[in-house]
Design a protein around this ligand. Structure first.
Ligand code: ATR
Length: 269
């Protein structure tokens, strides 16, 4: 079995992935290592081919390299639709996947939400919104997209085959939604008082999922709680996207709780 893994991105110093994967390898007694590498956009192809030549088992790809990676790897259909790769398997060729959407789906499933048939309102039109939008549509959710820049919402929505709107429709659309997802960076440290929605705009039957995990309890989740809605933070999406990559590389069932504890510990330090 291949024993070296890593994440490529820039900046990369604050990545939670090394702590998460190394904890999983330790727990399972696997003699593997996972390291973070700072890679600039122009060097991505060299880095991926170099990792393959060195016998790495797999890679994660993060900001700002996920889109560029698509042109370098042999991508699966979901990653191709999303237009971005976050996981590369090097065991037999250079195969690209995107596990961000399934990470979000599993995080919701953990909280008892099966997205099949649910009306899901996604706020945002960047990489995270794309990954979640395509995955959830694929899995039977009724997806709607809202974004600050309306044009981007409309473009993403039409690529998926759903409807996209500007922010002025937010309140009305939340009223129709079962699940509200913040797929923007609004509320992320250091601008922790930002929130894409206020408590008066939400209802008690809503599940609110925030992809932000720093802080864990975002202003959006504080607003959701005040509205009587269920709130889910971004930690489990981070864990499940990593767990899915781990499964792809090793074929071994990942220890979810160990990975979660490693992330929580890294977030506290
Ligand atoms: P990523 O790939 O991480 O999703 P991105 O492509 O830069 O990042 O997209 C960021 C998303 O967050 C965009 O949808 C952005 O809205 P715009 O398209 O209007 O720029 C959204 N976003 C960022 N900060 C926001 C804020 N404070 N309020 C609302 N939306 C915000």
């Amino acid at each position: 079995m291949r024993t070296v893994f890593g994440v490529l991105g820039n900046p990369i110093e604050h990545s939670m992935s090394p702590a998460m994967h190394n904890a999983a390898f330790r727990e399972l007694g696997m003699e593997c290592v996972y390291h973070a590498f700072r890679v600039d956009t122009g060097s991505l192809e060299d880095a991926i081919l170099g990792a393959e030549a060195l016998g790495f088992g797999g890679l994660n790809i993060t900001v700002p390299l996920k889109q560029e990676a698509l042109n370098i790897v042999d991508a699966d259909p979901l990653a191709s639709s999303i237009g971005a790769v976050n996981t590369i398997d090097l065991n037999n060729g250079i195969h690209g996947y995107n596990t961000d959407g399934i990470g979000a789906q599993r995080a919701l499933a953990d909280a008892g939400v099966d997205i099949d048939g649910q009306r899901v309102l996604i706020v945002g039109a960047g990489g995270a919104a794309r990954a979640i939008g395509f995955q959830f549509h694929d899995q039977g959710a009724e997806v709607m997209i809202v974004n600050r820049t309306e044009q981007r919402a409309v473009e993403l929505a039409s690529a998926i085959g759903v409807r996209g709107f500007g922010m002025e429709r937010l309140e009305e659309l939340i009223g129709q939604a079962d699940v509200l997802i913040n797929a923007t960076s609004a509320g992320m440290y250091p601008k922790t008082s930002d929130s894409i929605a206020r408590r008066e705009q939400m209802h008690p039957d809503l599940t609110v999922f925030d992809i932000v995990y720093n802080p864990m309890n975002t202003q959006l989740l504080i607003e959701a709680e005040a509205a009587g809605a269920i709130g889910i933070n971004g930690v489990m999406m981070l864990v499940y996207q990593g767990a899915e990559a781990f499964r792809i590389w090793t074929g071994v069932e990942p220890p979810i709780n160990v990975m979660k504890n490693a992330v929580m510990e890294a977030l506290r330090s």
